[in-house]
Design a binder for this molecule. Structure first.
Ligand SMILES: [Zn+2]
Ligand SMILES: [Zn+2]
Length: 415
């Protein structure tokens, strides 16, 4: 038995050696040379992805970034309505700033001083719910310029943008007061321009070769508007929310990029949003524009590219949404989702997705920050001050370390 075992073991060893020898002898060298050839050290020449902050914008180029494309309830995949327009002359404009969109704007790695112009189509929270985040977060994020806001009037003053902005500032009275005397608060100034919602193709902005016009929109109540931006022979049209209307058909015709609401289809509203068929039909086709109505609008206005937004863009709902659009429109189309990017020139439209660095920090201020005027601080009551535990042996070291690191001479405050 032992001999047999030994013979068996020897045979096995020989067999393995033989097999390995054949393997190494016949393919080992060629394998090595293949690996060397397939491992370049240079970056790929071209990406089909937009990495924010890594591309120059051409002097004749417009870049549009979807920073919110979803429904009124924002979700991780899609914030509510927000589109960023960047122009080759350096100007940047934000159209709507719906709930959840401020973080998408931050992901573009643009200094907050340049994210200073916001155009609000109407005062639903899914179109301006993140304004306070940009307004206040922008101050902390190094904005030292005022934030400028344009928005429509309403059928009564309290339904207008000026009223909303005045009261938004009141809501944040404690927040604003807390910064006074502690940081440079020049970026906390809000400059509001309210314009007539009934204006038809009225100019509401004209600077630096850029003209922005408003047209009335039809949605929920009097007040909503759509916007048309023209610059350098390029035309951008943005509906915000609207039922199909004659003003859009007339003034948005021939846009280079036309972004129009395309609400979740009535069938999807029943099956996924859990609405009754009656609510789905009313909201989906009368308050909003359904996909088939969207397609009809685009067939009549013929943009170089049509962009549908205001629906949850998922693997299981997109086919139905797209099929509805294609019943009435067969032209160039993007079914938008967050971080979709359009680069537009007179000769070309390139559509990509952005790839986002989630570890975002703010860019520096464009100008020099002013030290806070501590005399303007509201400060604490004696009651709260009496509860402070200043830990001088800990805090003095923090000051010493920072002063040593940066060559400064800050002293621990005693007031
Ligand atoms: Zn709305
Ligand atoms: Zn909306």
């Amino acid at each position: 038995m032992q001999i047999r075992k030994r013979k068996f073991a020897t045979l096995c060893t020989l067999g393995i050696t033989l097999v390995m020898g054949i393997y190494l002898g016949s393919s080992g060298l060629s394998l090595t040379s293949w690996v060397r050839a397939a491992s370049p050290t240079k970056a790929l020449a071209k990406h089909d992805v937009y990495y924010p902050g890594t591309e120059d914008l051409g002097p004749d180029e417009m870049r549009v970034v979807a920073c919110g494309t979803g429904m009124p309830n924002s979700r991780p995949k899609q914030a509510a309505a927000c589109f960023l327009v960047e122009l080759g002359n350096g100007d940047k404009f934000i159209f709507d700033i719906g709930s959840g969109s401020a973080e998408r704007l931050s992901a573009m790695k643009i200094p907050y001083d340049y994210l200073d112009k916001v155009f609000i189509g109407h005062l639903h929270s899914d179109h301006f719910g993140a304004l306070a985040d940009l307004w206040i977060g922008g101050v902390i994020g190094n904005r030292i310029k005022p934030l400028r806001v344009w928005g429509p009037s309403g059928h009564k003053p309290e339904f207008g943008t000026a009223y909303a902005m005045e009261h938004m500032q009141k809501v944040f009275t404690w927040d604003s007061g807390s910064r006074q005397g502690n940081v440079d608060i020049r970026g906390q100034v809000l400059e509001v321009t309210e314009f007539d919602y009934k204006g038809i193709n009225q100019v509401i902005y004209q600077e630096n070769g850029v003209t922005i016009r408003s047209i009335p929109a039809i949605h929920a109540l009097d007040g909503p508007v759509s916007f048309i931006l023209e610059w350098n022979g390029l035309k951008f049209a943005y509906s915000s929310d609207t039922y199909p209307n004659k003003w859009w058909l007339k003034y948005a015709t021939g846009a280079d990029i036309a972004i129009h609401e395309c609400f979740a289809s009535p069938k999807t509203l029943v099956e996924k949003q859990k609405w009754t068929p009656g609510a789905a039909l009313n909201v989906g086709t009368q308050v909003h524009t359904s996909p088939a109505q969207f397609g009809k609008v685009m067939s009549l206005t013929k943009p170089r590219i049509a962009v549908a937004y205001h629906f949850f863009n998922d693997f299981d709902t997109l086919p139905e949404q797209l099929a509805q659009v294609r019943q009435t429109y067969d032209g160039p189309l993007s079914m938008a989702t967050d971080y979709m990017v359009w680069n537009i020139t007179k000769n070309d439209i390139r559509v990509r997705m952005a790839s986002i660095d989630e570890d975002i920090w703010p860019q520096p201020a464009v100008g020099k920050k002013l030290p806070p005027d501590r005399s303007t601080r509201i400060g604490f009551s004696e009651f709260v001050l009496s509860g402070r535990e200043p830990f001088p042996e800990v805090v003095q070291k923090i000051y010493d370390d920072i002063n040593a690191e940066y060559g400064t001479t800050y002293k621990v405050p005693t007031d």
